[in-house]
Design a binder for this molecule. Structure first.
Ligand code: CAA
Length: 378
């Protein structure tokens, strides 16, 4: 395993940092306070070629490896975890499955504008009564002539209010359980697609999350992604990659927390000396730094395995499990080091703390990651 980033990977990080410094850092707090999605920043992100990093140039992407892509997600999430998850869902849960399972026609029509950042993608799996237990989904797709008719309700869907392309999972044959789930490419403009309730969230407040309702939506049969019954596999393959990008998001939040804690501990004087001289603070900083390095290494190992085309289900779950708890703990410690100042909304520490929590929940809770890891081992 390589421990140093290659020249190409360093170039991606440099480019991403430039974008973040110019377009994200100065405004991320304001977006969070207003719960406003930063469309202007997304346009700049797309212009910088960051909207489809691991997608081949032929389909509008940046032709970079997955390691570079997760480094970019980390850099963006250091400044805005909301923009981080917008990109992570767009690329890992929508563009990558389209690349792996799409026909040439589907890739040209749907993947290209996504990879160029001209449109947003959204992944419609979760339902009000089907979260961790995917197979209990109630959405149905029924074949009628050359079309499938989709009916169902998807919940907590990241990017849904801004997306034009939805990957929608629905039962085509309930009696076959997971083998009866199929995946469809649905367009926002298709008749019967409705955005329902938009959720007000504890964290990642400037990302857009809503309900999507499919009410007798007629989708051409050629919009099926993969074959009939492939939906569960497509969802799991997408999540194997998505979990790596959420791990990268968590590493970004944790690193931002540590950077703030170090700056503050050096400058804050109490009892006649910087608090960085206190052993209690030093230990917290040492523990945070060690956990963040371990989380980053797990994340990059899983990304590297993806680049090598090797199975990485267990490694992706380990990375997400560890990085998520690292983010929550690093944000908590950094806020504690800042004392009362950390609790106030003038500083981003409370935002890091709120944003970190979701990494233990979405794309499979930490309990589901432990289930996946133990199933792979046993
Ligand atoms: N890759 C490939 N195949 C897989 C797989 C994987 N990662 N995981 C399971 N499979 C296969 C199994 O080998 C099995 O194959 P067979 O048909 O040969 O038997 C089949 O799929 C069924 O597997 P299980 O019996 O293990 O399935 P299960 O119903 O018990 O579920 C689970 C397994 C791991 C719990 C899965 O349901 C899961 O990951 N749940 C969590 C769902 C999740 O992460 N949701 C997040 C929503 S999306 C989101 O949050 C995005 C966002 O908005 C940010």
């Amino acid at each position: 395993m390589e421990f140093a980033a290659s020249k190409r990977q360093q170039d991606v990080v440099r480019k991403t940092r430039r974008f973040v410094e110019d377009h994200v850092l100065p405004k991320a707090d304001r977006w969070d306070k207003r719960s406003k999605f930063p469309m202007e920043a997304w346009r700049s992100l797309a212009k910088s070629g960051l909207a489809g990093l691991p997608i081949p140039r032929k389909y509008g992407g940046g032709d970079q490896d997955v390691v570079s892509y997760v480094l970019a997600v980390e850099e963006i999430s250091k400044a805005s975890a909301s923009l981080g998850v917008t990109l992570a869902v767009h690329v890992s849960l929508v563009s990558q499955p389209l690349l792996w399972f799409g026909t040439e026609k589907q890739k040209m029509r749907y993947l290209k504008p996504l990879a160029q950042g001209k449109q947003f993608g959204s992944f419609c799996l979760t339902e009000p009564r089907a979260g961790s237990d995917v197979v209990s989904m109630e959405s149905k797709a029924t074949l009628s002539g050359d079309n499938y008719i989709i009916n169902g309700r998807k919940y907590f869907i990241v990017n849904a209010p801004i997306a034009s392309t939805y990957l929608v999972f629905a039962m085509t044959d309930k009696s076959l359980a997971h083998r009866g789930i199929s995946c469809f490419i649905v367009e926002r403009d298709m008749s019967g697609v409705k955005i329902g309730k938009t959720f007000d969230k504890m964290g990642i407040r400037s990302s857009m999350v809503s309900e999507v309702i499919f009410d007798d939506v007629q989708v051409p049969a050629e919009n099926m992604l993969g074959r009939r019954g492939d939906g569960f596999k497509i969802a799991m393959d997408a999540l194997d990659c998505g979990r790596i990008s959420i791990a990268a998001q968590a590493v970004g939040i944790a690193q931002a927390s540590l950077d703030s804690a170090i700056r503050y501990a050096r400058s804050r004087v109490q009892f006649g000396r910087p608090i960085a001289d206190q052993e209690a603070i030093r230990w917290m900083i040492a523990d945070m730094a060690t956990d963040i390095d371990a989380a980053r290494l797990l994340t990059q190992r899983a990304a590297r395995l993806t680049d090598l085309g090797r199975k990485h289900t267990k490694e992706a779950s380990m990375a997400k499990l560890f990085a998520a708890s690292t983010a929550v703990e690093a944000a908590r410690k950094a806020l504690q080091i800042h004392g009362g100042y950390g609790y106030m909304t003038d500083l981003p520490l409370e935002r890091y703390y709120r944003d970190a929590k979701i990494t233990e929940i979405y794309e499979g809770t930490s309990e589901i990651q432990r289930l996946v890891i133990s199933s792979e081992l046993l």
